[in-house]
Every structure is written in C-alpha cells, then in structure tokens.
Design a protein around this ligand. Structure first.
Ligand code: NAD
Length: 303
C-alpha cells in the first residue's frame, strides 16, 4: 500500500520537497496558508486539502516545513479555536518536522507528540531551494532510531544524504552548529575580500588563492560574496536569495539561544556574527541573500 503523506507548509522549500515525493509515486495531500503556494503545489500534482487538519486525517506520515518553532508547536497542539494535528491524526502516525527551529521547541514538539500517542522525528535540512528542487538535500535527523529507519525511503526521495544524529533535539543541534559555521565563515570571507580590494589584490586572484589554500570553504567556493568567480552565486544576481539574510539572522539567533539553553557562555564570534546579521537583515539587507553582508562590511570598514 502506498504511504499516504500529509505535507504542511508548501513554501520555497516545502513545495519542491513535496513535488519530489509526488514524482516518486507517493500520494501527497498538502496544505499551506498562502494561496500562491497552493497554486504552485497544485501544478506539481499535490492534492490540496481544505485545511491542515483535513490533510493529516488519513495520513500515515505528516511532514511539516514551516517558518519557525511557534508555527510547528501551534499546528501540533492547536489553539483555543482549532484542534491540533497531533490529535487529528490516527494514533501512531509518524510526524517529521523539517523546519529549522530552536532545540527547545523541537524537544517540546517531541514530548507533545509522545503525549498524544504519535511518533516524531525532527529532520531539518541543508541544501537550500536548489537542493529541495533537485532532491539533493542533507537531512539531520533526531528522534528514535526505529522511526529514522521508517522515514528512510521518504528522506532518500527528497535528499541525497540522511545523517542520524541521535535522540530528540540532536538534529536541530547539528543544523544550528553547521549554520553557525556558515554565518561566521561568510563574514570572514567578506572581510578578506574587502581587505584584499583595499590592498590591491583582484577578486579573481584572491579567489584563486583561497579556493586552493586553507581559506577554502562553502561560503567562498559556492556562495562567493563578490561577483565573478562563482557565476551562480547571488553576488552575480543582485544578491537575490539564495539563502535570505533574514533566515541567516534567524539561525544565528537560534545558535545563541541554544548556547544559553546548554548553559554555555558566548565566547566571541557566534554572538558577534548574530548581531551583525540581525542589524543587516533589519535594514538594507532585508530582501537580500546573506552574502550581501559584504556590502555592510565594506561600508563599515570605510567609516
Ligand atoms: P517559506 O516562508 O517559503 O515557507 C513556509 C510556508 O509555511 C509558507 O508558505 C507559509 O504560508 C506556510 N505556513 C506558515 N504557517 C502555516 C500554517 N499554520 N499552516 C500552513 N502553512 C503555514 O519558508 P522556506 O524558505 O520554505 O523555509 C521553511 C523552513 O526551512 C524554515 O524553517 C527555514 O529556516 C528552513 N530552511 C530554509 C532554507 C532556504 O534556503 N529557504 C534552507 C534550509 C532550511
């Protein structure tokens, strides 16, 4: 029997992820609050449900891809006016939350699911919209090993790599640690280009050196913040996202929250980078890719 999937949150990431499940032959019933997401999903063969509740009622697996923790928790447990998905689904349904949310919110989602007699995995992703579309995402999974095994074929349909990180919360922890590195390295690469420009090294030459030396990293070789060396990078396309600066600010903030949750002091770069992305995404960078932070760094360096 085909696994029946409910997919809630059909935005930039969820839309193409659900479309890949349909392409692989799964029956997908989807819901989103945004009419534009629903229109797009319909063209991909996703059956549009009347509500999130209606989508999950006959599902074997419920996948969510939502902006933040409060959306996940509100949908899972419901509000004064509406039932939650956990109580609407048949008992023992597998809930997989692919959103990037706080570790503490993810732990709450797991315990809400367990109290409602449901199974739960968190499976945040990296790879962006391009990876969601191509089905090449990396999933970082936390929850029970046995649930991970059951989810395997679905995750393989949407991604190229699934890493089981351990019990509840560990998938989100891995995702946040990775994005902390990404946020910090983008600032480092940007500062290096601004310094190189001032010292008279051309961007292409500096790229050639760093891409083949110890400065090599994804922020440089895949999402290079200066136009030229990496044709597909947002710097060549008016810094259209890509990965929006608002999302990077959100993830850096999640990392800061996770440090506090874990009882760790902020020892330097994480907190500093979080503040830089917050300021940038609240202002000139609001609609830009996170790599556009190089412009803010260039302006500050010239003050
Ligand atoms: P998005 O805003 O495009 O999509 C989220 C969708 O959720 C929207 O369409 C919104 O209408 C819908 N939604 C919100 N509340 C809802 C509700 N109550 N019921 C039904 N639908 C609801 O965001 P996105 O870029 O697809 O990102 C989704 C998640 O993936 C975020 O947590 C983000 O941090 C993470 N992520 C994004 C990227 C990326 O490159 N965009 C990469 C990795 C991870």
């Amino acid at each position: 029997m085909t696994t029946r999937i409910a997919f809630i949150g059909l935005g930039h990431m969820g839309g193409p992820m659900a479309a890949n499940l349909v392409k692989a032959g799964y029956e997908v019933s989807g819901f989103d609050l945004a009419p534009s997401s629903l229109d797009q999903a319909r063209t991909s063969g996703i059956k549009i449900a009347e509500s999130a509740i209606a989508a999950v009622e006959a599902a074997d697996v419920v996948i969510t891809m939502l902006p933040a923790g409060r959306h996940v928790l509100e949908l899972y447990s419901g509000t004064a006016e509406s039932r939650g998905l956990l109580s609407a689904a048949s008992p023992d349904t597998l809930f997989i939350d692919c959103s990037t949310i706080a570790v503490a919110d993810s732990l709450s989602a797991h315990s809400l699911a367990a109290s409602a007699g449901q199974r739960c995995l968190e499976a945040p992703v990296s790879g962006g919209v391009a990876g969601a579309t191509a089905g090449t995402l990396t999933f970082m999974v936390g929850g029970l090993d046995s649930d991970f095994t059951q989810a395997g074929p679905l995750l393989e349909t949407m991604g190229k790599r699934q890493v089981y990180c351990g019990g509840p919360g560990t998938g989100q922890a891995a995702k946040i640690c990775n994005n902390m590195v990404l946020g910090i390295t983008m600032i480092a690469v940007s500062e290096a280009f601004v310094l190189g420009e001032r010292l008279g090294v051309g961007n292409d030459a500096l790229f050639d050196v760093m891409a083949n030396a110890s400065g090599q990293c994804w922020a440089l070789t895949s999402n290079c913040p200066v136009p030229g060396p990496v044709p597909a990078s947002p710097a060549n396309h008016d810094f259209r996202p890509g990965f929006a600066s608002t999302l990077m600010a959100k993830d850096m903030n999640l990392a800061a929250e996770a440090q506090a949750y874990a009882g760790l002091q902020d020892v330097g770069l994480g907190g500093r980078a979080a503040a830089m992305y917050r300021e940038f995404s609240d202002g000139e960078g609001a609609t830009q890719d996170f790599s556009a932070i190089i412009n803010a760094i260039r302006s500050k360096a010239d003050e």
